[in-house]
Design a protein around this ligand. Structure first.
Ligand SMILES: Cc1cc2nc3c(=O)[nH]c(=O)nc-3n(C[C@H](O)[C@H](O)[C@H](O)COP(=O)(O)OP(=O)(O)OC[C@H]3O[C@@H](n4cnc5c(N)ncnc54)[C@H](O)[C@@H]3O)c2cc1C
Length: 388
């Protein structure tokens, strides 16, 4: 009898789950892969396309290059899961039955309920979004002067926010147009969760590029041309607002029919990546993966990759009545770009806290290349090398 495993999402977690299933499975396993686009977007490099939309071909890998011929891919938006009937519901009304399900649909950007953010800001989650950001910045710069520059405000100074700000500054330098870039972060420094020496380096690279950094400034409201910070005491005018905030579960995660964490709306998964439904596993940003009491795996591509491989193997273990594996996240290090500069920190096995310059850039490219080779091919990785 054939067992059907359905994987939802073509991000790091979805790709890793599918390739691991393909590597480990036998003939009696049918793999169905569903995602809203027929390509894998390297989300952790998507900010590169703000500077130059031509980079899109390096950050989007067709699923056909990733999956085996025997894996069936269906392009479609998932709107819910009927866990009683074990069926995935798609936007076009189609239902896809499963025996096991791996949910890897990523996350939405959290607006923390701040009035006006959802209505006026761009999120950096798709190529459509970065294309619009690129075009709007160019349009704003067209009507600007050195006395009255175009104003781009980036909300959030975490990993996404600082990389986005670096790319906007790079675009400004390429266009040689008057564009002011400001990062607004509510906590006391950029990269609030990062290593202190990396924080200092990122801050220096941003300020060297003329990016204004406002920390300790919580955004309380946004309207169509201002961001209000410090309880409304300060108004920042903007032409383009990019919101990186934090992450939250997608609306669709509420319709998956498994337990979620109340505040973030992300699906709750144990260390074995199982949800409260034995046949449903959840991985990547979509899931809050337990790592001990009140500790969870971070929302990073690295964690998505590692957890998804374990989830895929656990589906097979369950099928074979074997004990399930646990996923224990070990941070292998972080690589952050600020335009053409790179800050790499906490890399396991290296005696330096922070690596920058050519060594940092090469290391960051190597990390991206390793991922691309693992899901696609060396040729694709070589082609993308210069854009990472
Ligand atoms: C600008 C930016 C910079 C970042 N930089 C870094 C970094 O330097 N290092 C790092 O480790 N992490 C970084 N991250 C975070 C990292 O990208 C995420 O942690 C990672 O993408 C999570 O992988 P995932 O597979 O869970 O989700 P995703 O990569 O978001 O993939 C989700 C997939 O599900 C699909 N999908 C979503 N909803 C549906 C639906 N309803 N129906 C069907 N398909 C759906 C999507 O199209 C996508 O294919 C960055 C993120 C951003 C936005």
């Amino acid at each position: 009898m054939t067992t059907r495993v359905v994987v939802l999402g073509a991000g790091y977690a979805g790709c890793a789950a599918v390739t691991e299933l393909e590597d480990e499975a036998s003939d009696d396993l049918e793999i169905v892969w569903i995602s809203e686009d027929d390509y894998h977007l390297l989300l952790h490099e998507v900010h590169r396309t703000i500077r130059d939309p031509a980079v899109e071909s390096s950050v989007a890998i067709p699923v056909a290059e990733i999956k085996d011929e025997t894996t069936e891919f269906r392009e479609g938006r998932v709107v819910g899961v009927d866990t009683d009937a074990r069926a995935v519901e798609l936007e076009d009304g189609e239902r896809v039955d499963y025996d096991y399900l791996i949910v890897a649909i990523g996350s939405a950007t959290a607006d923390f309920g701040i009035e006006g953010v959802d209505e006026h800001a761009h999120y950096v989650k798709s190529l459509e979004a970065t294309r619009r950001i690129h075009e709007e910045i160019r349009a704003a710069a067209d009507g600007a002067s050195w006395e009255e520059p175009a104003r781009v405000v980036v909300g959030g100074g975490g990993m996404s926010g600082v990389q986005v700000a670096g790319e906007v500054a790079e675009l400004r330098d390429r266009l040689e147009e008057p564009i002011d870039v400001t990062v607004v972060e509510g906590l006391d420094d950029v990269l609030p969760k990062g290593d202190p020496s990396a924080r200092e380096s990122v801050r220096r690279h941003l300020t060297d590029r003329g990016v204004t950094i406002r920390t300790g400034s919580f955004v309380t409201r946004v309207d169509d041309d201002h961001v209000y910070v410090d309880e409304g005491a300060t108004e920042l005018a903007y032409d383009v607002l990019i919101w990186t905030g934090g992450i939250a579960g997608h609306e669709e995660a509420a319709n998956v029919g498994v337990a979620r964490e109340g505040r973030s709306g992300r699906i709750h998964a144990g260390t074995d990546l199982r949800t409260d439904d034995d046949r449903v596993f959840a991985v990547g940003d979509a899931a809050l993966v337990e790592q001990g009491e009140d500790r969870y795996a971070p929302p990073t591509s690295q964690a998505a990759w590692g957890a998804a491989e374990v989830a895929a193997r656990n589906v097979l273990h369950d099928l074979r009545d074997e004990p399930l594996e646990s996923y224990h996240h070990v941070d292998k290090g972080t690589a952050i770009s600020v335009g053409d500069d790179t800050v790499v920190y906490d890399v396991i096995g290296l005696p330096f806290e922070t690596i920058e310059g050519v060594a940092g850039r090469t290391l960051k490219r190597a990390i991206a290349a390793r991922w691309i080779v693992s899901v696609s091919s060396l040729r694709t990785a070589v082609r993308a090398w210069g854009d990472m």
